[in-house]
Write a protein that binds this ligand. Structure first.
Ligand code: ACO
Length: 703
């Protein structure tokens, strides 16, 4: 860890520049929060007027302070920030928390960069600008203008939005969530989430991390740190700004399918980060994760008094990947005498509608004591025999026994009595919900974290490919000032890296086309070759299943006419005669460089409908062989690879190898910005690349 980052959270001394005696000003509120938060270090208000505020002596300038200053919170108007930052640099302050708005967020990026330049010159780091400050439970520091009396706990919040952050600070109080830290990132001119996460990796007070993001600063670094962190502590992210803009200029399917959010989502999954869909969901999950112990195994048990509620919850368990305990003989032995003969012990343990708090009590006690039950979902529908008051006591007693030993969630549906006696238990921090999906989702994300911790990180696969030939081709393309490769160049590259191709040859006229078709063997496919025509099918430049000589001549002529009509300026170099590929599964394998995450890979169901079905998976490079396999398994169409309706299974090994070869290519040749094979046909033995597109950097600028 960058040793210094701790001084942002554990400053030994703190200054407030722009401290004011006016209780309505932010400079007063921050000082007052620091004081009331019982900060134990030295506090230095700074204001040219001097005097005393809230019992602290005021310094007219930061350089008047004799001791070192670890953290200075700046809350002066934007036009004064630059000189203030300069004097802080002179003073060698370690961290600045710049509250002031009016920089990058309103287009004043240069002014913001200037602040960072000055800070860097003296080894100072900047949080913000445009933030509400930093709270640290361990540092007993509330240098924010958010609420006072923050409940101390084990959840760290990092938020890009100031307003939402302050609102969330308030919400944590009403929800009874304790915070270990709260950091407002604002414009992230200097410090970003990666720097902050690094601190939480080592902060023993923090058990759960919540991130509200609108953008990600340095995705590659973030992933590296997050991957390490989620092996110990869960991270929940809520991301706003799901943008489609990045897809507009896309020149390939990989580009257009790899929208910002899709890549972000893939990156989060790869890093083991849990993504919430809204604020309420995030708060619910954070609260549960902050309280619940990790399970010691996979078996979940449902206890219910209603068959319907049990079935519904079983469905949710499948949705959230919970494994229900299914050793029915043992379950019968344990719960047989609690369940009436018309109930069920087949998990859900159905105590039936006649169950009272007594049966619930017995069933809960056994589930708690049973070492082969690793987590519990206790459900109930209000009935006349329910006795919510006694049930409340039963829940409380059992929860107190199990709370730090085994994860448990409750869900009860009913009227006023259920609301008042049972659901109100949430105010005592018992995970009890009206909606059983909410309860199951909590357990689901806890298990997600549990599985992520256990998942072995496999090393990425470095293939030993001789790429000298590829480099020569790329140099030649660059010499010709082209930004994309012609098909024969891309195919040459495939041959070099060992990706099989169908038989093919270039015909300059229809006579040559016939000769070649006969040599390859009918049926054949004809395809136009022109540097100006990238989307060949769209141009009418591809004709399939040509069965004889006559059809070959007619198709040749038709392709030339179509393509001249499509683009009269296109230089047509000829028509390619291809072996007709049958009986394989068409997939797409792509790679591209992403501005945030570096190199990314895409795999999916391919062919002309790739953008209709959007059945694709993404990964951030580098990936291992296992991850390549996971990419394949992740798409909805995966059963097609296993073999449906008596078909033979497809050669997934050859497919994985192709994905890894594409990774090696984009990784080793810096000029390549995008590669796409679509379709790559996967047979029961081997694969063949039918159409390959390789683009070099700055293609987008030229097109
Ligand atoms: N050094 C120290 N103090 C100085 C200096 C200096 N060089 N120059 C002036 N000051 C003093 C001022 O005299 C004043 O103190 P006073 O009350 O004794 O006169 C104090 O600094 C503050 O200056 P003001 O001009 O009164 O500025 P004000 O407090 O009105 O606003 C602020 C400053 C809060 C930084 C404002 O410019 C701003 O950016 N507000 C937005 C903050 C914000 O929303 N941030 C994002 C948070 S997240 C969210 O969206 C909720």
């Amino acid at each position: 860890m960058n040793e210094n980052i701790k001084y942002l959270f554990l400053p030994r001394s703190t200054a407030v520049i722009g401290a004011s005696s006016d209780p309505n000003k932010i400079g007063y509120k921050i000082l007052s929060n620091i004081k009331d938060g019982n900060y134990e270090g030295n506090v230095y208000p700074v204001n040219p007027k001097g005097g005393e505020i809230l019992g602290y002596s005021v310094f007219k300038d930061i350089n008047e302070i004799k001791e070192e200053v670890d953290l200075a919170t700046i809350c002066v108007p934007a036009e004064i920030v630059l000189p203030v930052v300069k004097s802080c640099a002179q003073k060698k302050v370690k961290f600045l928390s710049i509250i002031t708005s009016g920089f990058g967020e309103i287009g004043k990026v240069k002014e913001e960069e200037e602040l960072v330049k000055i800070a860097r010159g003296s080894g100072m780091r900047i949080l913000g600008p445009n933030i509400f400050g930093v709270y640290s439970a361990k540092g007993k520091l509330n240098a924010t203008f958010g609420p006072k009396n923050i409940k101390e706990g084990n959840v760290a919040f990092i938020t890009q939005s100031g307003a939402l952050g302050i609102a969330l600070m308030g919400k944590t109080q009403t929800e009874g969530i304790g915070l270990s830290a709260m950091v407002s990132e604002g414009n992230k001119a200097d410090l970003g989430e990666s720097d902050l996460l690094e601190y939480f990796l080592y902060d023993e007070k923090t058990k759960v991390i919540f991130l509200y993001l609108e953008s990600l600063k340095n995705g590659e670094l973030f992933l590296r740190i997050a991957q390490k962190l989620t092996k110990q502590k869960p991270i929940i992210v809520l991301k706003a700004g799901v943008s489609k803009r990045g897809t507009l200029a896309a020149a390939s399917h990989t580009g257009s399918l790899a929208g910002d959010d899709k890549i972000f989502d893939a990156a989060m999954k790869q890093a083991g980060i849990i993504r919430a869909n809204n604020v309420n969901q995030a708060i619910t999950w954070i609260k549960f994760l902050s309280e619940a112990p990790l399970p010691k195994g996979k078996n979940t048990l449902i206890i219910t008094n209603g068959g319907g509620a049990g079935v519904l919850t079983t469905d949710y368990c499948e949705k959230y990947n919970l494994k229900l305990r299914d050793d029915f003989d043992n379950l019968k032995k344990i719960y047989g005498d609690v369940v009436p003969y018309f109930g069920s012990t087949k998990n859900p343990i159905d105590l039936t509608g006649q169950a009272t708090y007594i049966e619930y009590g017995k069933a809960l006690k056994r589930a708690i004591e049973d070492k082969d039950t690793h987590s519990i979902i206790c459900l109930g529908c209000e009935t006349a025999v329910f006795d919510t008051k006694n049930l409340r006591t039963t829940i409380l007693e059992n929860y107190n026994v199990v709370r730090d030993k085994k994860p448990i969630v409750f869900s009860f549906v009913g009227g006023k009595k259920t609301e008042e006696d049972l659901l109100s238990l949430r105010f005592l921090n018992i995970p009890i919900f009206g909606e059983s999906e909410e309860a199951v989702s909590c357990l689901g994300i806890l298990y997600k974290h549990y599985y992520n911790i256990q998942k072995k990180t496999s090393l990425s696969q470095k293939l030993n490919l001789d790429l000298e030939g590829v480099k020569k081709i790329i140099t030649e393309v660059k010499n010709q000032k082209r930004n994309f490769l012609l098909p024969y160049e891309s195919e040459e590259i495939m041959k070099i890296i060992g990706v099989s191709l169908p038989q093919k040859a270039l015909a300059k006229n229809k006579k040559e086309a016939v000769l070649l078709a006969k040599k390859i063997g009918f049926p054949v496919v004809l395809k136009v070759v022109s540097p100006q025509i990238i989307h060949k099918t769209e141009a009418g430049g591809v004709i399939l299943d040509i069965k004889n000589e006559k059809e070959t001549e007619a198709s040749f002529e038709k392709i030339i006419t179509n393509c001249q009509k499509y683009n009269s300026k296109a230089k047509i170099e000829g028509v390619e005669v291809n072996e007709m590929i049958k009986d394989g599964l068409e997939v797409i394998v792509g790679a591209k460089k992403d501005k945030n995450f570096g190199k990314i890979l895409m795999f999916g169901l391919g062919g002309i409908y790739v953008e209709v079905f959007k059945d694709v998976s993404f990964r951030i490079c580098p990936i291992s062989e296992e991850e390549a396999f996971e990419m394949v398994k992740e798409i909805k169409a995966y059963p097609l690879f296993v073999g449906v309706r008596g078909e033979k299974p497809k050669d997934v090994d050859s497919l994985k190898e192709t994905i890894l070869k594409i990774q090696a290519l984009i990784d080793s040749i810096p000029e390549i910005s995008e590669i796409e094979i679509n379709p790559l046909v996967v047979f029961d033995k081997g694969t063949k690349a039918l159409d390959i597109r390789i683009l070099l950097a700055d293609y987008s600028k030229q097109s």
